[in-house]
Structures are given as structure tokens and as C-alpha cells.
Design a protein around this ligand. Structure first.
Ligand code: HEM
Ligand code: HEM
Length: 291
């Protein structure tokens, strides 16, 4: 998949997700926002209630999307037979898409009414989604190949050295005096940081890097460097700083990611187990949707 195709791939996920969220929200707004006791008299009650033709459908389609999204990613990641079947990174993006739109549909299925034992399933789902967002953040802190294989420190260091070398040739004059830059691109900065401190550093760095890039940009412009070169230099500066940080925090992030898996999975299991009981009960009570 080339860059443009990948942009279309991700763009279409966003488009579908936002369209589902907005369209269902607009169409059901007047129903979902009135008090529960008055809903029975609303003209959309028969279709939007959790057992209605639309409401019930949202639950079934949303649940199928989650089941598919989890199983397809796990199969692709674990089964040797599918190792060459597309990049793992793209499958993870597909997992995130299905497991975001699925919960949105389930949310509309509940019609914002979270009663009974099944609400445990609902809140577990919310926790899985929230922890998924955190997991994704940790995941991208661990450098990988496009196939999703983690890179080792040696490979990363040689990438970093190559980058510093390019930068040195490109902009010796302008960057030499930038002390901040040297501090940012030094591995010692990240030595002996615990998990909490590492997270604080990552968040604070986001803003610090922006300020540094702004300063360097100004310096380069004043020295008359061409706009094209400035763009190239700034891209390398940012990439090198981020790469240095990822090397410095690699062990901490790998540990955090292992802990994250331990926290994430039980919520997913709780959600599915209670959902199965919920579905069994509704089937026993005779709710059949369109079948
Ligand atoms: C994780 C997935 C699901 C969650 C979190 C969920 C959650 C809920 C909630 C909160 C309600 C409303 C309970 C109330 O009235 O207080 C409900 C009702 C209902 N759900 Fe689900 N649901 C899920 C999946 C499904 C699926 C897959 C089906 C069907 C195969 C289904 C069928 C129904 C039906 C028929 C009702 C209406 C029951 C009634 O009115 O007594 N749900 N669900
Ligand atoms: C109800 C929704 C979701 C469920 C049930 C779910 C379930 C799972 C499960 C079972 C795994 C473990 C896969 C494995 O170890 O092979 C996983 C991995 C993961 N999920 Fe989700 N997930 C959901 C939503 C999300 C969301 C919304 C995101 C991100 C925004 C996300 C990001 C991730 C990441 C980063 C991994 C780790 C991938 C890896 O280690 O290779 N998930 N998810």
C-alpha cells in the first residue's frame, strides 16, 4: 500500500466513523434526549428502542464488528499461515476502526439507557475502548518495521547515527549553537526514568519540541537558508529527537506495554462473556430482530 492509498484507507475509516456517529445522532436526537418515561409515546420508539428494528440492528451489527475486529487481528498476528497477509500495522488500523464503530453502534443500541447486568458489559466495552486509545499511544512509542516487528536497539542506533550525520552535513552552521537541540538528542536525558516520569517527559516534550522547531526555523530563515532545505532540516530534527527518545525509553515502554495487555484483555473478556449471556436471555425471551 503506497502513501496515498494508505491516506485513503485511513480517511475512509474516519469518514465512515464520523458519518455513523453524526447521522444516527441527528436522526435519533429527539428520541434519545427525552426522559425515559416519555419515550414510549415518541414516534420513533418502535424502531429506535433496543429491541426495535433499528435499535436491535445496531446492537447486532456493532457486536459483529467487534467480534470480527478482534478475531481478524488476533488471527493475523498469531497464525503463521497469515504472516505474509498484508502489514500488521494496517490490520491494527482495521481493528481500531471496527472496534470503534462497533461500540458506537452498541451505544445507539442501548438508546443511552444503561440498566441491568448488561450495563457491566457496556462499561467494560467503554473501558476496553479507552484502554485501547492508551495502548495505541504506548504502541507507537515502540519503533517497529512496517511489518510490525519490533526494532532492536542496535538497528535503532544505526538509524539515529545516520540521521545525525545527515543533519551535520546539512546545517552545521545554524544548529551548532542550539544547545537545546543537543540536549534533546542525547540518550542520557532518558536514563533511569520510571514509567510515570517517562510519560510526563513524553507529554512535556510535545510542547518543547514545537518551541525548539520554531526557534530553529527562525534561525535558519535569518541565515537565508532556502525554504525547501529548512523543511528538510526540520523534519530530520524532529525525527531524530523522537527516535532518540524512543531508544532511550524503549525498555520502559516495552514493560508498560506488557502491563497494558494484562489490563486490557480482562475488560474485553468481561464484555464478551456478559454480552453472550445478554444475547442468550434476549433470544430466550423471543426477540428475533428480522429473522
Ligand atoms: C456488547 C454488546 C451489547 C451491549 C453492551 C448491550 C447492551 C444493552 C442494553 C444496555 C440494553 C438496554 C437494557 C435496558 O432496557 O435497560 C439492551 C437491550 C437489548 N439488547 Fe443489547 N447489548 C449488546 C448486544 C446485543 C446483541 C448482540 C443483541 C441481539 C442479538 C442484543 C439484544 C438486545 C435486546 C433485544 C434488548 C431489549 C431487551 C428488552 O427490551 O427487554 N444486544 N442491550
Ligand atoms: C470494544 C473494543 C475493543 C476490543 C474488544 C479490543 C480487544 C483487543 C484484544 C483482545 C487485543 C489483544 C490482541 C492480541 O494480543 O493479539 C487488542 C489489542 C490491541 N488493541 Fe484493541 N480492542 C478494542 C478497541 C480498541 C481501540 C478503540 C483501540 C485504539 C484506539 C485498540 C488498540 C489496540 C492495540 C494498540 C492493541 C495491541 C496490539 C498488539 O499488541 O499487537 N483497541 N484489542
Amino acid at each position: 500500500m503506497n502513501k496515498t492509498l494508505h491516506k485513503i484507507y485511513i480517511g475512509s475509516f474516519f469518514l465512515v466513523g464520523i458519518t455513523v456517529l453524526v447521522l444516527l445522532g441527528i436522526n435519533g436526537y429527539s428520541y434519545y434526549t427525552i426522559p425515559i418515561e416519555e419515550r414510549f409515546f415518541h414516534s420513533s420508539h418502535q424502531s429506535l428502542k433496543p429491541s426495535g428494528i433499528w435499535g436491535h440492528g445496531f446492537g447486532i451489527i456493532g457486536t459483529l464488528m467487534m467480534i470480527f475486529g478482534v478475531s481478524i487481528y488476533m488471527i493475523r498476528k498469531r497464525s503463521r499461515r497469515f504472516f505474509t497477509f498484508g502489514y500488521l500495522k494496517h490490520w491494527l488500523e482495521f481493528h481500531i476502526f471496527l472496534c470503534t464503530v462497533g461500540p458506537i453502534l452498541v451505544l445507539y443500541h442501548t438508546s443511552f439507557k444503561f440498566g441491568g447486568i448488561v450495563s457491566v458489559s457496556f462499561w467494560s466495552m467503554v473501558l476496553v475502548v479507552l484502554s485501547g486509545i492508551i495502548g495505541r499511544f504506548i504502541y507507537i512509542q515502540i519503533p517497529r518495521t512496517i511489518q510490525g516487528k519490533e526494532l532492536d536497539v542496535q538497528e535503532l542506533n544505526s538509524m539515529r547515527q545516520q540521521m545525525s550525520h545527515n543533519l551535520y552535513i546539512d546545517s552545521t552552521m545554524s544548529l551548532k549553537f542550539t544547545k537545546d537541540y543537543e540536549r534533546f538528542s542525547s540518550l542520557e536525558r532518558y536514563a533511569n526514568l520510571g514509567i510515570i516520569k517517562s510519560l510526563v517527559v513524553i507529554i512535556a516534550d510535545y510542547f518543547r519540541i514545537k518551541i525548539l522547531v520554531y526557534k530553529i526555523n527562525k534561525q535558519l530563515k535569518e541565515s537565508g537558508v532556502s525554504a525547501y532545505r529548512i523543511k528538510e532540516i526540520l523534519r530530520t530534527v524532529k525525527t531524530e529527537i523522537v527516535l532518540t527518545r524512543r531508544i532511550g525509553l524503549l525498555k520502559t515502554m516495552q514493560k508498560l506495554f506488557r502491563y497494558w495487555h494484562i489490563a486490557h484483555l480482562p475488560f474485553a473478556i468481561a464484555m464478551f462473556v456478559i454480552m453472550i449471556i445478554h444475547v442468550a436471555v434476549t433470544v430466550i425471551f423471543g426477540y428475533k430482530w428480522i429473522f
